[in-house]
Design a protein around this ligand. Structure first.
Ligand code: NAD
Length: 454
């Protein structure tokens, strides 16, 4: 059966849903190659590998390889100068077998249906690997927020929300912030949804401002989760905090938080970077000073202009191939590729970003004996605290920060242990182990529920 999904603005973006399933040998015929290997292609290869390793039936694979539902909307917005501009938006729900779909909404000029689809599937595996009762979803609007006024972003957000309301809801699909969206965006989505329902529905989104029912600890949750995983890995491999060197690519919500938390825990963070380049000090950077500099009261400042005692300026490429114990790519996808994987000298990589390593690079790293903790485990802290926010909203009962962080640590540590054991038991790398665990959980839910109407 072929189902055609049109995005509204370009024939090039018409996807045949039957074409998006990779062959089980690990090729991804539907993946449109953009810059090298696409996120979609890497995710598809990974799923095919896990399905094979986990002994999942082809029937279940047929289901898991496709999203459950996709909605493409054309969003008319009255711009500040009075003319109307039409944007394309997406919401993809990959799988609701284990609970409501959950996933961020990003505003980006390069967003595509294919990328949104890949990210929705990643959310399914992420929620399953940390064993929280959600399936995966993702949303996106193709726009450049840098060229839009706040008022235009608000109108865009409200109209996009109104157009995807038929598939949103606290029991069906719960968005959260992603690239270029934030607590304010979630507040507008929550308000728009509530206006349509006729009553206030805080639990329709997570990542809200705390005053609107957001959870304490949500902002730094992903970085905290990455830090917990780094510490678990190091202790498992017998490293002492004082002897470990760490490099972090990206100094945003994830990278900035993980660098600060690891620095506070006594680890030596020797290099960090942002889009403008990186800074390095073999004796360890003064992360508190770097944070104060970057997150100045006047706004975010770039690391290329940072000056500090003993600090050397480096490129992002140099950071990625630096001789450190732990490398944390926490910026954007597709950073470790077949082109630079051979030069990576880190002993361990913990993926803070989504999809920072292409599957080709992954094989090279595996052959080099580098331990890689995959994104679906390492950066799941954000969705775990989103889950806490949703639970708090459903109960109208709020936790203190200690309770949030304690529960986050419990869930991340348990998930790490489970993935580690799976990796030992099957003699596979941690990424394959995490996927096996996740795919088995989702497959089991589908099998136990049965295929409606059977
Ligand atoms: P952010 O926008 O807050 O920060 C991104 C950082 O990366 C910034 O320091 C930016 O300067 C830097 N950067 C951007 N382009 C770069 C490039 N080409 N080279 C080097 N550095 C670059 O974003 P974030 O929320 O920290 O997200 C980072 C990654 O983590 C993304 O892949 C995101 O999908 C993933 N992630 C985020 C969360 C979350 O809760 N924020 C949760 C899970 C996964």
């Amino acid at each position: 059966m072929h189902r055609t999904v049109a995005t509204g603005d370009s024939a090039a973006e018409v996807a045949m849903v039957d074409d998006i399933k990779p062959s089980i040998e690990g090729r991804a015929p539907g993946g449109r190659e953009t810059s090298g290997e696409s996120l979609h292609s890497s995710a598809s290869v990974q799923l095919a590998r896990a399905v094979e390793a986990a002994g999942i039936s082809n029937d279940i694979y047929e289901i898991l390889a496709r999203p459950e539902r996709e909605l493409v909307v054309s969003i008319p917005v009255v711009m500040e100068d009075g003319h109307v501009k039409v944007f394309t938006g997406y919401r993809v729900q990959h799988c609701s077998a284990r609970g409501p779909c959950k996933g961020g909404i990003r505003y980006h000029p390069d967003a595509t249906l294919e990328e949104t689809r890949a990210l929705a599937a990643l959310m399914t595996w992420k929620c399953a690997v940390v064993n929280i009762p959600y399936g995966g979803a993702k949303g996106a609007v193709r726009c450049d927020p840098g060229t839009l006024s706040q008022e235009e972003i608000k109108r865009l957000t409200r109209r996009y929300t109104a157009m995807i309301i038929p598939i949103l809801g606290p029991k069906t699909d719960i968005p959260a912030p992603d690239i270029n969206t934030n607590g304010q965006t979630m507040a507008w989505i929550m308000d728009t949804y509530s206006m349509f329902m006729g009553y206030t529905v805080p639990d329709v989104v997570t990542g809200k401002p705390v005053d609107l029912g957001g959870s304490l600890g949500r902002r730094e949750a992903t970085g905290r989760g990455v830090a917990i995983i780094v510490m678990q890995l190091l202790s498992r491999l017998g490293y002492l905090a004082s002897e470990v060197t760490i490099a972090v690519q990206g100094f945003g919500k994830v990278g900035g938080a993980v660098a600060s938390i690891l620095d506070n825990e006594g680890y030596k963070v020797v290099a960090v970077s942002d889009v403008s380049g990186g800074i390095y000090n073999p004796q360890g950077l003064d992360i508190k000073d770097v944070s104060r500099y970057v997150y100045s009261p006047e706004g975010i400042r770039l690391l290329k202009d940072y000056e500090g005692k003993g600090v050397e300026h480096i490129t992002n490429e140099e950071l990625l191939t630096m001789d450190v114990d732990v490398l944390i790519p926490a910026a954007i996808e597709g950073q470790i590729t077949s082109k630079n994987a051979d030069s990576v000298k880190a002993r361990m990589i913990v993926e803070g970003a989504n999809g920072p390593t292409t599957s080709e690079a992954d094989s090279i790293l595996r052959d080099k004996g580098i331990v890689v903790v995959p994104d679906i485990l390492a950066n799941a802290g954000g969705v775990v605290v989103s889950y806490f926010e949703w639970v708090q909203n459903l109960q109208s009962y709020f936790w203190d920060l200690g309770e949030v962080n304690q529960n986050l640590a419990r869930i991340m540590t348990k998930a790490f242990d489970e993935v580690w054991h799976m990796s030992q038991e099957r003699n596979v790398d941690l990424r394959t182990a995490a996927y096996i665990l996740a795919v088995k959980r989702v497959a089991s839910a589908i099998e136990q529920r049965g295929i409606f109407p059977y």
